[in-house]
Design a protein around this ligand. Sequence first.
Ligand code: A2H
Length: 253
Amino acid sequence: EGVLPQEYTALKLKVIEWAPEAAETLKGKIPEDVSVFLVPATLRPETMYGQTCCFVGPSLTYGIFKASEKEYFVITDRAAKNMAYQGIFAQEGVIEKVADIQGSELIGTLINAPLSFHPQVRVLPMDSVLATKGTGVVTSVPSDSPDDFAMVTELAKKAEFYGIQKEWAELEIFPIIQTPTSDLLAPYLVKKLKISSPKDAKQLQEAKELAYKEGFYQGVLKVGDFKGEKVEVAKPKVREQLIKAGQAFAYSE
Ligand code: A2H
């Protein structure tokens, strides 16, 4: 844990259709006329054009929390506590949980990904998602995150083992950010460092550091309203745009 608070962008990925197991577990527990969102915390809002799925930890327990009359969030209990004291829920300090659900039950849920070239994506499993960081939900941007690229590659390779449909992990990966090295930095680094699975932790750590530095300091956005602008400059602009549109909010811990 760092000393300074980490300032995340929490993105609202609206549930379009629950996976069958989730639907069964949640039957009768959520009012009919509300929207439910998976809420990943990200440090890279400017990459959201490249979302291809959303990860949950299959063995983690999530709660469904009332954020306001019309909106409910799927996040960890820990994140709900933090949000309740950051003025994010309608009633300051009040935590109202309507259901618990296992990450594994959420796999396959169809959700809407704001800004993405793929407006509809699936919830998929990632074992390395930590319960102790962010919301326990991680949106996947394989073009710019080595962890995400290694995981979607693994999922596509072993779809049956993971109990998913191969197509869910095989959405096209579009270039989002141009750097001096590549416009698909994460796939480039994963290949260059010969990373063959999400378990190659040491090389993935190195890839992550390289991608983050090069992306942030030398990257230029290739797409969207701030196309042509440096990542450093565009990052807060994309974030503001998402927040203004009601598709994201500030979350820190
Ligand atoms: B980032 P930090 Cl494109 N468990 O978002 C594991 N990882 C988590 C997490 C959790 N509970 N919560 C958030 N994260 C990920 C985008 C992204 C991210 C890109 C490139 C790098 C990157 C798309 N995934 O992170 O330890 C989220 O993934 C590299 C560090 O608080 C979040 O931002 O610094 C980042 O880790 C937060 O990690």
